[in-house]
Design a protein around this ligand. Structure first.
Ligand code: ATP
Length: 242
């Protein structure tokens, strides 16, 4: 394995993956710089979720390499990948997956509580993030008493509360109305920018590109790039807003 360039926080080389024989990624390469917001856009079924799951260590690709901060991820065992995800990555998907018995602040504070941060400090941090995302007033409500867009913002707060190195956002605005969608994407990306958090933001809506620095377009498990990534030793970063 050849190590990636030093200035890439995430780097993947010729990823291939099939789900029970059904191909999802067919040789995707990508480089993400520190603090960058990279969009991954493409139609449904184009492989966006599979790519984010491979990059975040949730899934080991059938072939190819994933590197984080110059260290290989795909060769780590399951426990080390879990630890990496817990300690360095945040995740927000199209469903908020909040715990119904916990309040908004407790849900948002979970990554800190799981790291052993004391409740009072974790609560203060969670409250800060909920306010930044304009839902500070809902901190003591349970998910059942919140609107869908509010739940999604709690999930965004949970992804950012520990200021991870990278947030993977898998179509986080998908179930929302247009106005709520814009607000969730805007608050996620501006909060990440102000804290230097790298974001990989997947979306079916081409409008996703408006919130990102660059966009990688996937189609049927391949990058829409002039040169097939599998032909490159070291891939160029994805073209800007391709
Ligand atoms: N767990 C799975 N089992 C079987 N096939 C799967 C599984 N996950 C994904 N696939 C298939 O792999 C391909 C890529 O799916 P993936 O979810 O990565 O695409 P996507 O671009 O994120 O789609 P969407 O926008 O609908 O979430 C699709 O053909 C999908 O049906």
């Amino acid at each position: 394995m050849v190590a990636p360039p030093d200035n890439d926080v995430l780097f993947a080389r010729t990823l291939r993956h099939s789900h029970r024989g059904s191909p999802a990624l067919l040789g995707v390469s990508v480089a993400v710089r520190e603090g960058e917001i990279l969009g991954v856009v493409g139609p449904r079924g184009s492989g966006k979720t599979t790519l984010l799951r491979c990059l975040s260590g949730q899934l080991v690709p059938d072939q190819g390499e994933v590197w984080f901060n110059g260290a290989p991820v795909n060769t780590l065992g399951a426990a080390a990948r879990d630890q990496l995800r817990r300690e360095r990555f945040g995740w927000v998907g199209s469903e908020p997956h909040l715990l119904p018995e916990l309040t908004a602040w407790e849900n948002a504070a979970l990554p800190l509580l799981m790291r052993g941060v004391r409740s009072r400090a974790a609560r203060a941090k969670a409250q800060e993030w909920l306010e930044r995302l304009d839902i500070g007033a809902a901190a003591r409500k349970r998910p059942g008493a919140l609107l869908q867009s509010e739940c999604q913002r709690v999930a965004v707060a949970r992804a950012l509360v520990a200021v991870p190195a990278v947030v993977f956002a898998d179509d986080p605005a998908a179930p929302l109305h247009h106005a709520d969608r814009a607000q969730v994407l805007r608050t996620l990306t501006s909060a990440a920018r102000s804290h230097g958090v790298t974001v990989v933001l997947a979306g079916t809506d081409p409008g996703t590109a408006a919130y990102t620095d660059r966009t990688l377009t996937l189609r049927d498990g391949r990058c829409d790039q002039a040169v097939a990534p599998q032909d490159r030793e070291t891939p160029d970063p994805a073209p800007a807003n391709a």
